[in-house]
Design a protein around this ligand. Structure first.
Ligand SMILES: N[C@@H](CCC(=O)N[C@@H](CS)C(=O)NCC(=O)O)C(=O)O
Length: 222
């Protein structure tokens, strides 16, 4: 586990507050990192099935009405990957997010790839195919989502075969958090065909050795 480097400053006195339901994909990534960093925080459950994010008290913090939101003193952040990068930088966790531009970009490649290229695939395959939620349950969206999800998993497996044992090489980094969640959901979905990818199986096993992954990601929820 990481050894966070503490910095001085009045802003550090306030307890971090995470707003968002613990069963939401984007919240679970942040919970995972908070666990990796060993950070204390308060959590309020907001979103579907809990307090509605249309509540003006929530919209003041995030006018987009999405979870997660992180409050760190006067700093209020939305967007899960921004929050991941913020927390790593705040803690000086350069082993998770290097400062050197080229090394940092290699980590961010994978984070942006998940956000830009895999989100719709996951919506089609999981929200549509697995949960049957409209509009993602349209047959073309499910088919396309499953096809792109499988293609994405082949890309992750190929990267692990070429390098590994983690996505950008020897060590676990922030690159492994969004992709590691996708890998979990890939193995947790019931209604899909999973072509054999031994490198992906091994990666899932490796991530599962991490306690925060088992607590927040591979925790019985897809
Ligand atoms: N790009 C945003 C997406 C946030 C998002 O769509 N969050 C979902 C949960 S995974 C949400 O807010 N759903 C509404 C709800 O739970 O009420 C991020 O990465 O944080």
């Amino acid at each position: 586990m990481a050894k966070p480097r503490r910095k001085a400053g009045w802003g550090r006195l306030a307890m971090l507050k995470l707003l968002g339901r613990s069963n939401a994909y984007n919240v679970r990534k942040v919970l995972w990192l908070l666990g990796e960093l060993g950070l204390g925080f308060e959590q309020e459950e907001w979103g579907r099935g809990h307090r509605a994010t249309e509540d003006p008290a929530f919209l003041v913090l995030n006018p987009l009405g999405t979870v997660p939101v992180l409050v760190d003193g006067e700093v209020v952040l939305r967007e899960s990957h921004v929050i991941l990068r913020y927390l790593a930088a705040r803690e000086g966790a350069t082993h998770l997010l290097p400062e050197a531009p080229a090394a940092r970009a290699r980590v961010e490649h994978w984070m942006d790839w998940v956000a830009y290229d895999m989100t719709l695939a996951m919506k089609g395959a999981y929200l549509g195919g697995e949960l049957g939620l409209a509009p993602w349950s349209a047959p073309w969206a499910v088919e396309r989502g499953r096809m792109e999800y499988a293609q994405g998993m082949r890309r992750v497996a190929a990267a692990l075969e070429a390098g590994g044992p983690y996505l950008v090489g020897e060590a676990f980094t922030l690159a492994d958090i969004p992709a590691g969640f996708l890998v979990h959901r890939w193995f947790a979905m019931k209604d899909i065909e999973r072509p054999a990818m031994p490198a992906l199986d091994a990666y899932y096993g490796r991530l599962s050795e991490r306690a925060p992954y088992r607590t927040h990601v591979r925790n019985g929820l897809a």
